[in-house]
Ligand binder design. Structure first.
Ligand code: G3H
Ligand code: 13P
Ligand code: NA
Ligand code: ZN
Length: 307
């Protein structure tokens, strides 16, 4: 059943984090739902602009609504990931989304507030909640490449002011993570002191952690052994998920790790069976492996068993 994102956050706050998984195709949707049922976890299914264009937004909606029927026990929210203002309005109008993210984090503070506030007004009129972003994560974000020295952690005083002025319902903060498979070239993980400082000023307010993939090293090794070339790929320590959740991080975004599972399964399959061209065989393996991966993440996030 599709529920309000707010409802998931209220249940999770300070105890566990809800996994927010990006999906782009049928196999991911099937694996995601199965993994969340197997681990008895509520979850957020998130669609990026890229996903809405790749798989067609109508097709994605139809597949998710059908998955809702196939898996009647599933409790989940549907979220727009990294939206621009126009895409936010489109999703708000569609009536399908539980929440949208307006990402104006690359604009100056005042402009970020103004854009976010416009989206909040439109969303709240329809009972939809809004995630906004303040600060700059390293890595590639919305086609903007931010190098590590220009990435800046969210300032707690600014976060308080931003939430007050914009009226957003949750805030994506830059706390040391970055998007993609190449995080922390400087060896830095989550800045817990920063998360705590933000939570201290915004008690009870849901924080969101982007760039949360762990980039499992055995996955990277298997991909490379099967012909891949991922050099120096590195991610978040999964042991840091729960401590972050206890500090108010209610939503943990994971995309890259799912892509790695896909790449490993398909590279290994076609390396071992070079004569095979029935894509349903690796597709089936992927669905099972992705379900296993999702269940394992829900365990680490503490959302497993919370259905
Ligand atoms: O933060 C970006 C997400 O990982 C979505 O990636 O825009 O390539 O679909 P995408
Ligand atoms: P990863 O690239 O670490 O999976 O982050 C995904 C994300 O933040 C989506 O918004
Ligand atoms: Na951003
Ligand atoms: Zn993100």
């Amino acid at each position: 059943m599709i529920v309000a994102t707010k409802q998931l956050f209220a249940h999770a706050y300070g105890k566990y984090a809800v996994g927010a998984y990006n999906i782009n195709n049928l196999e991911q949707i099937m694996g995601l739902f199965k993994g969340c049922i197997d681990s008895q976890a509520p979850f957020i299914i998130q669609l990026s602009k890229g996903a809405r264009s790749y798989a067609n937004k109508q097709m994605l909606e139809a597949m998710i609504r059908t998955a809702e029927e196939i898996f009647p026990e599933a409790i989940f929210a549907v979220h727009l990931d990294h939206g621009d203002e126009q895409t936010c309005y489109e999703c708000i109008e569609s009536g399908f989304y539980s929440s949208v993210m307006i990402d104006a984090s690359h604009s100056p503070f005042e402009e970020n507030v103004a854009i976010t506030k416009r989206v909040v007004d439109a969303a709240h009129a329809k009972g939809i909640s809004v995630e906004a972003e303040l600060g700059m994560l390293g890595g590639v974000e919305e086609h903007v490449q931010v190098d590590e020295k220009n990435a800046c952690l969210t300032d707690p005083d600014e976060a308080l002011e931003f939430v007050k002025q914009s009226g957003c319902d949750s805030l994506a903060c830059a706390i040391g993570t970055s998007h993609g498979a190449y995080k922390f070239s400087g060896g830095q993980g989550i800045h817990f002191d920063r998360v705590k400082a933000i939570q201290d000023l915004l008690p009870g307010f849901p924080l969101v952690m982007h760039g949360s993939s762990s980039v499992p090293q055995d996955e990277v090794e298997r991909i490379n052994a099967a012909g891949g070339e991922l050099k120096g790929a590195k991610g978040v320590d999964t042991a840091q998920y729960l401590p972050a959740a206890k500090l108010g991080v209610c939503k943990v975004n994971i995309d890259t790790d799912g892509r790695l599972v896909w790449t490993r399964v398909h590279r290994e399959f076609f390396k071992e069976q070079p004569g095979n061209f029935d894509f349903r065989t690796p597709g089936k393996i992927f669905m099972a492996e992705y379900a296993k991966f999702i269940a394992s993440r829900n365990e680490l996030l503490g959302s497993a068993g919370e259905l």
